[in-house]
Design a protein around this ligand. Sequence first.
Ligand code: DGP
Length: 144
Amino acid sequence: MISFARRRLDPFLPPFLRRLAQSIFRKYYNMGDCIFCKIVSGEINADIVYKDEHVTAFRDIHPVAPTHILIIPNRHIHSVGTLTEADETIAGKLLLTARKLAEQEGIAEKGFRVIANTGVDGGQTVFHLHVHLIGGQHMQHPMG
Ligand code: DGP
């Protein structure tokens, strides 16, 4: 019930209220039908390329380039827009994992793109924080 209300209300809450709700109902934020939470728990299959106690990385189901990997926190966080000071470590781990996977994928030297779509206008469609690691081809400009 709380999970349902949260999904419906979250996008409309001002950031300070969203953060307040998140801190009060933190344990419920990891529930419900979040696809990425289910990938972390193993309930839904994904092509997982890396996993540790903090983050999981798996290949995007709709790749836009030869390498297209999503890196997510194992704990449910809505988006970059709801990060707090308490999330500093996990936010850093997402970027560091992107760098390591870029090396593992052989795209580090030529370059790659890291994107965190945030909110509706940002193009976010799955509301569990994730960064896209995209590479293996020359990227198009401009973005947006
Ligand atoms: P975004 O638009 O930034 O929220 O990106 C969400 C991405 O998640 C999108 O590129 C497609 C991908 N995606 C959605 N559902 C699944 C899934 O079940 N498995 C995998 N591997 N990727 C998914």
